[in-house]
Design a protein around this ligand. Structure first.
Ligand SMILES: CC(C)(COP(=O)(O)O)[C@@H](O)C(=O)NCCC(=O)O
Ligand SMILES: [Mn+2]
Length: 912
C-alpha cells in the first residue's frame, strides 16, 4: 500500500466548486452581506449550549450551528459558521501500549433549500431561528476506530486517506481547501503521544498536542455517562442490563481503566478526580503471558481461545483440595478457584501437555478476578458503590465481564456494583477530543445524540480501498463479496480494517464454528450523530420514567417472533424499494445489498439483542428505515402513497357531505370510527397487504368502516365525547390547540385524520398535524402534507381558511365548494415535522418545531400502531391524550388488548 505521503487525495471537481463559492463570501458586496445576515438570522445557537470562541487553540465551534439540507438528501448537513480555519480538532488519538484509539468528527456540505412551510410554521409558533431544521440524521458525527499500535502505519494511512490531519475529506466544507497546515496539531493522549510524536511529524507533518491520560479518561467517562442513554450496563451470567444513570447522582464513582496496566481513579466530578490505585497485572499481562504460553498471534486470538477453554485442567479448585467437596464454612464452593495455575505444580506435565485454550482461560480468569478484587478493595476504601470498568482489555467479552462482576459481587457481598461501558476503549481518545476548548461537546445533552449503526466500512482484505467511509459503491461491493463467499454474515458493523482488533472485520475467524463475525471483542459502537435541534417532548408527564417501547424484546420468544416478521417482509420491501427507483440495475444491486445488510443486522441482534444498546421493537423498525436510507432508497412507498392519496381525495367531498348531515354527537362518533377504519391502510402489516389484493382502496375502506362496531376492544369514546361535547346543557370550552400525530398516507390521513382535524378547527381548536421528517413505510411526511391539505381544501372552506391562517396555502389557488360557511374562525391548521424517520416515535427526541408547537397544546392525538401501540401506549402526558389505532397483527392484539387482529383501540387519558 502506498505510504501516507503518496496516497491519492480523493476530491472531485464539484466539491472544489462548492468550496470556492463558500470561500468567496465577500462581506463588502451587498448581496454577500445579505447572505451573511440571512445566515446569521437562520442559525441560532443550539439550546443550552454556551458559546465561546477560543482565541488561540484549535476548536470545533458549534456556536450558531444549523442543520441544513434537503430532507430528500441522504446526509443532511450541519453548518458551522463559526468554525475556525484550523480544524485539526476533528481528530483525537489515544496511543496506548497495544492499541491506538481514534475519535474523529465528520460533517457534510450544505445544500439547503428554503421551505415555506417551515418558515410559516416557525413564524406562527414564534420560533426565532427561522431556518433551523431537524432531522433524524445530520452531518455532524463522531466516529470511533482503533488500530493495533504495532501497525501504526495503517493508522497513519487511515488518517491521511480521510485527511483528518487537516480537516477531513467528508467535510466538503469551505474550510478544507487549505493545503496541509504545517502547524497543524492533533490532540493525543497515552504514552504513544510522546513515543510517536516525531513519527507523526515526519509522516503527516502534524504536531501531537499531548493531553494528560488521567484527565482524558475521566473526561471521556463523564461525557459518555452523561450524554449517552445506554452507555453503562451490568453483566451477570451472560446477561447485559443497561443502567440508567441520573446525572445528579453520578458522582462519586470508581473508574477502573484496564489497558496494558490498570488505573483506579476516584471520580468526584468534572475534572475532579484522584488516581487512588492501580495494578501492573492488566491487559498487557494477559496478552504477554498468553503469547508466550500459547503462541497466539493476537490478543483477540487469545480471547477466542479462552472461549473454548476449560480452566479446571490447570487451576487448582477448592474441590481439588477438599476431595470434591465445598468448603461451605467459609462460603467457598468446590468449583471456586483456590489457586490459579495451581494444578500445574502437582502434575508431571510440560507446557505442551496443556491445551492453549485452557491456558488462555485460566489466565483470563486469574487476571479478571484479581482486577475485580483490587477494585472492590478500593471502592471499599472510599465508600464507593459504583465501579465502572473501561479499557480495551474487556472488549465486550462476556466471560471477562462476568468474572469481574462475580469478583466485585462476591467480595462486596452484593454491596458494590460492577458496570461496564459500551465505549469502554475510547475513554481516553474521547477525553482528548473533548479537551479542545469549547468545541461544544461538553454541552451536548442525551437527547441530542443519535447512535446509528451503518455498514459503512470501505475496507476489504486488510487494505484501505478508499474512498473513505460512506461511499455507496464500496459498501455494495463489500456486501456482494460476502455473497460470493457464500458465508453467513452475522456481524454487520465492521468499521475498521480487519487486522485491527475490536471493531471490525468479517475476515476474523469466528468463535462459533464456520460463520464469519467480528472478533470476540465485537464492540458494537456505532456512529454518534449530533443533532442539536432535538428536544424532549415537553408534554411528557414524567420524562425520566418514559420508556417509548411497549414490547419488551428481552423476552426471547418475542424477539424471535418480530425477527421472523421482519425477515419475511423483506423480499416484498426490496421489490417496492427497487421499483421506487425505476427498477434499474443499479437499484437492484442496491436492493440486494440492503437486504443483506439488514439481514446481517437482524442476525447480529438475534445473537446478541443488546449489541446496539437497549433493544425495543421501535429500534428494529427504525433500523430497517435507516438501512434503506444507507443504500439510498429515498422513499420505497412513494408511488403507493401517491396512488392512495389520489383515490382518497376523490371521495373526500362525499364523506364531508355525509358528515355535515349528521348531528354533532353522531358526527364525532363517525369521525373516530373513520380514523380507526382508515388505519387499516398499513403497508407494514403482512395481513393488511394480503387484504389489499382483494379490492380497491375505497372498497376496503368501506368494508373496514362497515365492520366498526362498538364497544371497541379499548373504548374510552364516551369519556372523550363528554370532554368534547359536554353533558346536558354544559358546553365545555374547546381545546386551545391539538397535536395530531398522523400515520399513513391515503385514506388514513385523508379520510380519517383530516376530517377529524376539520371538526376540531370548526370548534375553535388550533390543529397541528405532526408528521414524519423522513419517509417510513407508507407514512405521510411533513413535506407531503401541505399538498394533500391543499387538495382537500379545494373541497372544504373550513380546511381552506384554517390552512391559510396556518400559512399552509401560500401558493395554492383554492376555492371552497362544500358550502359550509359557518364559523369562519381563524384558527390555524399547521404542519410540523416530528424529527423522526420511523413508523414509531420516541418522544425523548423530537424536532424543536414539534417541541415549540407542544407548548400551547392541551390535546394530543396519537394515531396508528407504531405511534400509539408499539410506542407510547403506556406514555402519560401533561395534557389530554387520545390514542387511536387498529391492531393489524394477531399476536400484538392478543398480547396487548387480549383481542384479535383488526380490533380497535380508542384510549382517552385526561391530563395528569
Ligand atoms: C410497522 C407498523 C407498526 C406500522 O403500523 P401503523 O403505525 O402504520 O399503524 C405495523 O405495520 C407493524 O407492526 N407491522 C409488522 C407486523 C405485521 O406484519 O403483522
Ligand atoms: Mn404507518
Amino acid at each position: 500500500m502506498a505510504g501516507p505521503r503518496e496516497s491519492p487525495i480523493l476530491e472531485t471537481n464539484d466539491i472544489k466548486e462548492e468550496r470556492r463559492e463558500e470561500v468567496s463570501l465577500d462581506k463588502n458586496k451587498p448581496e454577500d452581506k445579505e447572505r451573511e445576515r440571512e445566515r446569521d438570522n437562520n442559525m441560532a445557537p443550539p439550546a443550552g449550549s454556551s458559546i465561546h470562541r477560543s482565541s488561540s487553540r484549535p476548536q470545533l465551534d458549534l456556536s450558531k450551528a444549523a442543520i441544513q439540507g434537503n430532507s430528500e438528501e441522504r446526509d443532511p448537513t450541519i453548518l458551522l459558521p463559526n468554525q475556525s480555519d484550523d480544524i485539526s480538532s476533528h481528530l483525537a488519538l489515544d496511543i496506548g501500549g497495544s492499541l491506538i484509539k481514534l475519535v474523529y468528527f465528520s460533517r457534510h456540505e450544505d445544500h439547503s433549500t428554503d421551505d415555506k412551510r417551515k418558515k410559516n410554521v416557525k413564524e406562527r409558533l414564534g420560533i426565532s431561528n427561522g431556518n433551523r431544521r431537524s432531522y433524524p440524521i445530520l452531518g455532524g458525527r463522531l466516529h470511533f476506530v482503533k488500530f493495533e499500535t504495532h501497525k501504526i502505519n495503517e493508522c497513519l494511512d487511515f488518517i491521511y486517506s480521510k485527511r483528518l490531519h487537516h480537516g477531513g475529506i467528508d467535510s466538503h466544507s469551505w474550510l478544507t481547501d487549505a493545503p496541509t497546515n504545517e502547524n497543524a496539531t492533533i490532540k493525543a493522549t497515552g504514552g504513544g503521544a510522546y513515543k510517536f510524536a516525531d513519527f507523526f511529524r515526519q509522516r503527516l507533518g502534524v504536531t501531537l498536542d499531548k493531553e494528560d491520560e488521567m484527565d482524558c479518561l475521566v473526561a471521556g467517562a463523564n461525557f459518555l455517562l452523561k450524554a449517552i442513554r445506554h452507555e453503562a450496563f451490568t453483566h451477570r451470567e451472560g446477561q447485559k442490563e443497561f443502567v440508567q444513570i441520573d446525572h445528579n447522582e453520578l458522582f462519586p464513582y470508581l473508574l477502573v481503566n484496564i489497558g496494558s496496566g490498570v488505573s483506579m481513579i476516584k471520580v468526584d466530578g468534572d475534572g475532579k478526580f484522584q488516581r487512588v490505585s492501580g495494578t501492573n497485572v492488566g491487559g498487557g499481562t494477559y496478552w504477554g503471558l498468553g503469547r508466550l504460553l500459547t503462541k497466539c498471534k493476537s490478543f483477540d486470538e487469545l480471547l477466542e481461545l479462552s472461549q473454548r477453554g476449560d480452566n479446571r485442567t490447570i487451576d487448582m479448585l477448592v474441590g481439588d483440595i477438599y476431595g470434591g467437596m465445598d468448603y461451605s464454612k467459609i462460603g467457598l464452593s468446590a468449583s471456586t478457584i483456590a489457586s490459579s495455575f495451581g494444578k500445574a505444580i502437582s502434575e508431571n506435565k510440560e507446557l505442551g501437555d496443556y491445551r492453549p485454550e485452557d491456558i488462555s482461560l485460566s489466565l483470563l480468569r486469574m487476571i479478571s478476578y484479581n482486577i475485580g478484587q483490587i477494585s472492590y478493595l478500593n471502592a471499599l476504601r472510599f465508600g464507593l458503590k459504583r465501579i465502572f470498568f473501561g479499557g480495551f482489555f474487556i472488549r465486550g467479552h462476556a466471560y471477562t465481564m462476568d468474572t469481574i462482576s462475580f469478583a466485585v459481587k462476591f467480595w462486596s457481598k452484593g454491596e458494590a456494583q460492577a458496570m461496564f461501558l459500551r465505549h469502554e476503549g475510547f475513554l481516553g481518545a474521547l477525553g482528548a477530543f473533548m479537551s479542545h476548548e469549547k468545541h461544544g461537546l461538553d454541552d451536548v445533552m442525551v437527547h441530542q445524540l443519535v447512535e446509528r449503526f451503518p455498514m459503512g466500512a470501505p475496507y476489504t482484505g486488510g487494505k484501505i480501498h478508499g474512498p473513505p467511509l460512506g461511499d455507496l459503491n464500496e459498501k455494495i461491493s463489500w456486501m456482494e463479496k460476502f455473497v460470493l463467499k457464500g458465508t453467513e454474515i452475522i456481524a454487520p458493523v465492521p468499521m475498521a480494517p480487519p487486522g485491527t482488533t475490536g471493531l471490525g472485520g468479517f475476515e476474523v475467524p469466528s468463535s462459533k464454528g464456520g460463520t464469519l463475525r467480528s472478533d470476540a471483542s465485537a464492540l458494537n459502537v456505532g456512529v454518534l450523530h449530533l443533532v442539536p435541534t432535538l428536544e424532549v417532548f415537553p408534554l411528557l408527564a414524567d420524562p425520566k420514567m418514559y420508556e417509548p417501547n411497549t414490547i419488551d424484546l428481552t423476552d426471547h420468544g418475542e424477539l424471535e417472533y418480530w425477527f421472523t416478521v421482519l425477515s419475511e417482509h423483506l423480499p416484498d420491501l426490496v421489490d417496492k424499494a427497487v421499483a421506487s427507483e425505476g427498477g434499474t440495475e443499479d437499484a437492484k444491486r442496491r436492493g440486494d445489498a440492503f437486504a443483506r445488510a439488514f439481514s446481517a443486522h437482524l442476525a447480529r441482534l438475534m445473537e446478541e439483542p443488546t449489541a446496539y444498546g437497549k433493544l425495543g421493537l421501535a429500534n428494529l423498525l427504525e433500523l430497517r428505515e435507516e438501512c434503506l436510507r444507507e443504500f439510498q432508497f429515498v422513499d420505497a412507498y412513494r408511488s403507493i402513497k401517491q396512488r392512495e392519496n389520489e383515490a382518497s381525495l376523490a371521495v373526500l367531498p362525499d364523506l364531508l357531505m355525509e358528515l355535515d348531515s349528521m348531528s354533532e354527537e353522531a358526527r364525532l362518533l363517525t369521525l373516530i370510527e373513520g380514523v380507526l377504519a382508515a388505519n387499516i391502510f398499513d403497508w407494514g402489516s403482512r395481513a393488511c397487504v394480503d387484504l389489499y389484493n382483494k379490492g380497491t382502496i375505497i372498497e376496503i375502506y368501506r368494508m373496514s368502516r362497515d365492520k366498526m362496531q362498538r364497544p371497541w376492544r379499548v373504548d374510552d369514546f364516551d369519556v372523550f365525547k363528554e370532554r368534547m361535547l359536554g353533558s346536558g346543557d354544559q358546553k365545555p370550552r374547546p381545546h386551545k390547540r391539538a397535536l395530531l400525530f398522523v400515520d399513513n398516507s391515503g385514506a388514513d390521513v385523508v379520510l380519517g385524520m383530516l376530517p377529524l382535524a376539520r371538526e376540531l378547527l370548526r370548534r375553535g381548536t388550533e390543529v397541528v398535524l405532526v408528521a414524519n421528517s423522513l419517509p417510513a413505510l407508507n407514512d405521510v411526511t411533513a413535506m407531503e402534507l401541505p399538498d394533500i391539505v391543499a387538495e382537500a381544501a379545494k373541497h372544504c372552506d373550513v380546511l381552506r381558511r384554517a390552512a391559510e391562517a396556518g400559512g399552509l396555502l401560500v401558493d395554492a389557488m383554492v376555492s371552497g365548494q362544500d358550502g359550509s360557511k359557518e364559523s369562519s374562525s381563524l384558527v390555524p391548521l399547521m404542519v410540523v415535522e416530528n424529527g423522526c424517520g420511523s413508523p414509531c416515535i420516541d418522544l425523548r427526541q423530537v424536532s424543536s418545531e414539534l417541541a415549540a408547537a407542544a407548548k400551547d397544546a392541551d390535546l394530543i392525538i396519537l394515531e396508528g400502531m407504531g405511534r400509539a401501540l408499539h410506542t407510547n401506549f403506556n406514555a402519560r402526558f401533561k395534557c389530554n391524550a387520545l390514542k387511536l389505532a387498529m391492531v393489524k397483527n394477531q399476536r400484538l392484539a392478543e398480547k396487548l388488548i387480549k383481542g384479535n387482529i383488526y380490533d380497535c383501540v380508542c384510549r382517552y387519558e385526561p391530563a395528569r
